[in-house]
Design a protein around this ligand. Structure first.
Ligand code: SAM
Length: 220
């Protein structure tokens, strides 16, 4: 892949890592083809930005593997007119993918250094429909609730109740649930006040730390 442009690598990433693994949602594929992932990783990792793996973004945190970003986004079943809440802004890459598809994205990050960097980059790239907030998102973000979709990009010990409460009727929550080292991607759908839970696939995320997540002392 040496010598190929970022765009050529990105298109190849979508074909081999995402479409070949069964993700066919055209809105997700178009967003993954468009967003310049290499701008969301530290300079020393730019050459690896389109590789099939997560990458470090500083502070012990990661930008998720491209396939996982696509799979979680597809699991939200977005049509384009939704208000979406993301917990765990990290680099801002997942927020950009969501912003390409949805009408409005609210993204919450507990680390102010990451939140500031991501907010600046998203602004520079013209994502005017993203609101980036600093804080503990394990209890959601009540000021903009309800949400048509909620995505948590950190591993939770259990389904955070407040996130289910902040879902609109018909809304979907996608959250990794399990131990600090391995989780199951879980989708919760709210319909007429009833809640349906599905287990989608295994995954590994850094821990969701906060009031409705893990304690600060969880091994990270
Ligand atoms: N979505 C990110 C991206 O596209 O780069 C990757 C997220 S990274 C795997 C998980 C992020 O969740 C970290 O940046 C971490 O600081 C953040 N986080 C952990 N607990 C949180 C909480 N309670 N509220 C908000 N963010 C949290």
């Amino acid at each position: 892949m040496r010598g190929l442009s970022h765009e050529a690598r990105r298109l190849d990433m979508v074909e081999r890592q995402i479409r070949a693994r069964g993700i066919s949602d055209p809105l997700v594929l178009a967003a993954m083809r468009k967003v310049p992932r290499h701008l969301f990783v530290p300079e020393e990792y730019q050459a690896a930005a389109y590789d099939d793996r997560p990458l470090p973004i500083g502070g012990g945190q990661t930008i998720s593997q491209p396939y996982m970003v696509a799979s979680m986004t597809a699991a939200l079943g977005l049509a384009g007119d939704e208000k979406v809440l993301e917990i765990g802004t990290g680099s801002g890459y997942q927020a950009a993918i969501l912003a390409e598809i949805a009408e409005k994205v609210v993204t919450v990050e507990r680390r102010q250094d990451l939140q500031k960097r991501a907010a600046r980059l998203l602004r520079e790239l013209g994502y005017a429909n993203v609101e980036a907030v600093t804080g503990d998102g394990s209890g959601g973000y009540a000021p903009r609730a309800p949400y048509d979709a909620v995505i948590v990009t950190a591993g939770a010990p259990r389904i955070p109740e407040a996130l289910v409460e902040q879902l609109a009727d018909g809304g979907r929550l996608v959250v990794p649930v399990g131990s600090a080292f391995h989780q199951t991607l879980t989708r919760v759908t709210k319909r007429a006040g009833r809640v349906e839970t599905e287990n989608l696939e295994g995954c590994v995320f850094v821990p969701l730390i906060g009031e409705h997540g893990w304690g600060e002392d969880v091994s990270n």
